[in-house]
Design a protein around this ligand. Structure first.
Ligand code: ZN
Length: 391
């Protein structure tokens, strides 16, 4: 019986708090109405949330007679969540406030090679930013780190990150030995998908897929608001579906994976058979100068990218698809070509069933998604004590 009451108490606290975050300013009466609680219960929960400084009261005039009434809004600075992205040549660190606003973000040039050196770098820059931005650790709900590759988010292991050349690294344990705060790790694209889902009108979608074309190729599905992970968190690793078993070697150990036709390094490797190039920008320039071999490489990559979009649509039947990754974000020529080819390649029966977007989050997506995942965990686990609460 006691257990049951506790459970109800916790669920109700979460319900009311989420309502105030989403719909505030909101009155006691509206809270009771929307949560179908008695006015007494709603008032008691509101009092607990005010006592813990998670929400605050504001006075505002009512619409009808102009009398002042009390409304509740979230206390923006009550809970801060940190998101960190570690990628091929960059570490990004950012903080979200309680209403999901990005209050600080900073990028550092860093090449992750040794896992322990990487964890130490992350620790130093995180504490430096916290000090600089005056973010006290007591207000920090936690830190989530997003990385590319197969990430066992439950055990906290990097099973395989081809980009970093890491295999079976207990990275969460390494971070925990240096940072004494709640910590999580996850796949970067799954985190970015969470950020895309929370942006604009996307949270009304039932099934949203984010597809990334960059240093690798991957997809991430958000179904009914939750990340679809599969059994071991590698659902969506479409880059390693095999297109040709006699194709090029992929660092995952197989041959002819889809990403060997699209991902940046493979395009540069292919180009190097004719001419050594340092970047995709160089490849685009050479193609524009009329070099047929260069335009062939890009043509093949954009065709395979459009086929990927088609295949993901056939697999997941989403209502919105968001394209991201450095190839589409940093190179408008490639983005436009992929979008153009999607019109030809996508199965006609599916063509009218979804909306195709390109990300508008720039380079902030992984950091925002990582911090949002921390906030979601915080809200799921909230259980505030208050002796007067027991009814
Ligand atoms: Zn592969």
């Amino acid at each position: 019986m006691i257990k049951n009451q506790d459970f109800l108490k916790k669920e109700n606290q979460i319900l009311v708090l989420k309502l105030i975050i989403d719909k505030g300013p909101i009155s006691r009466a509206e809270i009771a109405k929307k949560t179908k609680m008695s006015p007494t219960s709603a008032s008691r929960i509101v009092a607990v949330l005010v006592q813990h400084e998670l929400i605050r009261e504001i006075e505002a005039k009512t619409d009808t007679v102009g009398r002042k009434a009390t409304y509740f809004v979230p206390n923006e600075s009550a809970v801060i969540s940190a998101g960190i992205e570690i990628n091929k040549e960059v570490v990004r660190i950012g903080f979200l406030n309680f209403v999901g606003e990005l209050i600080a973000i900073k990028s550092y040039h860093f090449v992750p090679e040794d896992p322990s050196v990487t964890a130490e770098f992350v620790k130093c820059k995180l504490f430096e930013m916290m000090k600089h931005k005056n973010i006290h650790r007591a207000r920090l709900a936690g830190i989530c780190v997003g990385l590319p590759g197969l990430i066992d988010h439950k055990k906290g292991n990097v099973k395989l990150s081809a980009q970093f050349n890491w295999k079976d690294i207990p990275f969460l344990e390494l971070l925990r030995s240096k940072i004494d705060l709640p910590l999580y790790i996850d796949n970067e694209l799954k985190l970015q998908a969470l950020a895309e889902y929370n942006r604009g009108g996307n949270s009304k979608q039932e099934n949203m897929v984010v597809i990334s074309f960059g240093s690798g190729v991957g997809s991430a599905l958000i179904s009914k608001g939750e990340i679809y992970r599969g059994e071991d968190n590698f659902a969506g690793e479409i880059g390693h579906t095999i297109v040709d078993p006699l194709g090029a070697y992929c660092p995952c150990g197989n041959f002819g994976c889809l990403q060997t036709y699209i991902a940046e390094q493979f395009l540069l490797d292919e180009a190097s058979k004719t001419k050594k190039l340092n970047s995709i920008d160089d490849l685009i320039s050479v193609a524009k100068e009329g070099e047929k071999w260069a335009s062939n490489i890009l043509d093949k990559a954009t065709t395979y990218a459009a086929l990927t979009v088609n295949n993901v649509i056939c697999l997941n039947n989403p209502d919105v698809v968001v394209l991201t990754g450095s190839l589409v974000v940093n190179h408008p020529e490639i983005r436009e070509e992929v979008l153009r080819k999607c019109k030809d390649q996508i199965w006609s029966a599916a063509a009218e069933t979804f909306r195709l977007d390109t990300t508008e989050m720039g380079s902030e997506g992984v950091v925002v998604g990582a911090a949002l995942s921390v906030q979601r965990k915080y809200l799921k686990e909230i259980n505030l004590d208050h002796e007067e609460f027991s009814v």
